[in-house]
Design a protein around this ligand. Structure first.
Ligand code: GLU
Length: 307
């Protein structure tokens, strides 16, 4: 279904080695280097004592298991990043996941993160591989038929990342005949395919592979949410820039198993409480805020009825 392009490894690896000297994206699995947020700056979330949610099958199963399993991204700077040396995840989405788990009565030690790519999120929730998912996951009507969404907790918009030496791409209309990369199964991929069919669109599992391809001149642009692209640009300021204005609304929700409305409403309550008590803002400032964008007001929570 998705067109993918194989990039010859030899020259690419050599170029990556050279670019590594410039501290730009070209990690082993395409992740940009960088330590992410300072652990001592991250907020501590009060863990709810004696919390119970017996009407949620997901919560019950996690309680019996003794820990929560949370789906996330591992290569998105400031949002969801895994330190390859320690295996620790960090970023704004990770903080949202942690504050939610504290509200559900789980201590930080009883939360395990699992990397799930954009194209596999619905399946992972449907199969019970994860209890919930926090990873730049846009709420939309099509996905709501397959999974539930608590939140939203953040509003992003689709944008474009190009090399610093690119002067002809300012918005999606300039993509005609140009090679543009996005992640399979993502809303930005679908939007380019539907609305800008003259763009030469390629898909990979992750955006960091797209970024590697941008740096090595295999593609001309990477498209996804501005929040994600700003992170890549911040890690390679001499090489990459985000151009134009956001051209979509991407409200980020917490994905939950479709039928578990009890869990969804509990997460809506938890988000509301964490926004009110300042935890949301502290988490933002310690993570995504490091890219230079001040904390916005969080979007209104959409507590839609059970379907
Ligand atoms: N927010 C968009 C989506 O959910 C793009 C980012 C991503 O792939 O996670 O598809």
């Amino acid at each position: 279904m998705f067109r993918t392009t194989r990039v010859p490894l030899g020259p690419r690896a050599a170029l990556c080695a050279a670019l590594a000297l410039l501290a730009v994206a070209c990690g082993k699995e395409g992740s940009p280097p960088g330590k992410g947020p300072a652990a001592d700056k991250l907020p501590h979330y009060q863990v709810a004592q004696g919390y119970r949610l017996p009407a949620s099958a997901t919560w019950q199963r996690a309680k019996r298991r003794g820990h929560l399993v949370v789906g996330a991204k591992e290569d998105q700077p400031y949002l969801g990043e895994k330190d390859p040396a320690t295996g620790t995840y960090s970023g704004f989405d990770i903080e949202i996941a942690r504050m939610m788990s504290a509200s559900l009565g789980f201590s930080p030690q009883s939360v395990r993160f699992r990397t799930i790519a954009s194209a596999n999120r619905e399946t992972a929730l449907q199969n019970g591989q994860i209890d919930y998912y926090v990873g730049t996951y846009t709420v939309n009507a099509g996905r709501k038929k397959l999974v539930g969404f608590a939140g939203p907790y953040y509003l992003a918009g689709q944008s474009l990342l190009v090399r610093k030496d690119e002067n002809d791409i300012h918005g999606p209309r300039d993509l005609d005949g140009r090679r543009v990369c996005s992640a399979a199964g993502s809303t930005p991929y679908q939007r380019i395919r539907a609305d800008y069919p003259k763009a030469d669109l390629v898909a990979y599992d992750t955006y960091s592979v797209c970024v590697d391809n941008l740096l090595t001149y295999q593609v001309d642009a990477v498209t996804t949410d501005d929040a994600i692209l700003i992170g890549y640009a911040a890690k390679a300021p001499g090489e990459l820039k985000v151009v134009g204005r956001p051209f979509s609304a991407e409200p980020y929700g917490i994905g939950v198993p479709h039928g578990d409305t009890t869990l969804r409403f509990a997460l809506d309550d938890a988000l509301e409480a964490r926004e009110k008590n300042g935890d949301w803002k502290k988490a933002y400032e310690a993570t995504l805020g490091l890219s230079g964008v001040p904390a916005p007001a969080p979007p209104a929570i959409d507590r839609y009825p059970a379907s």
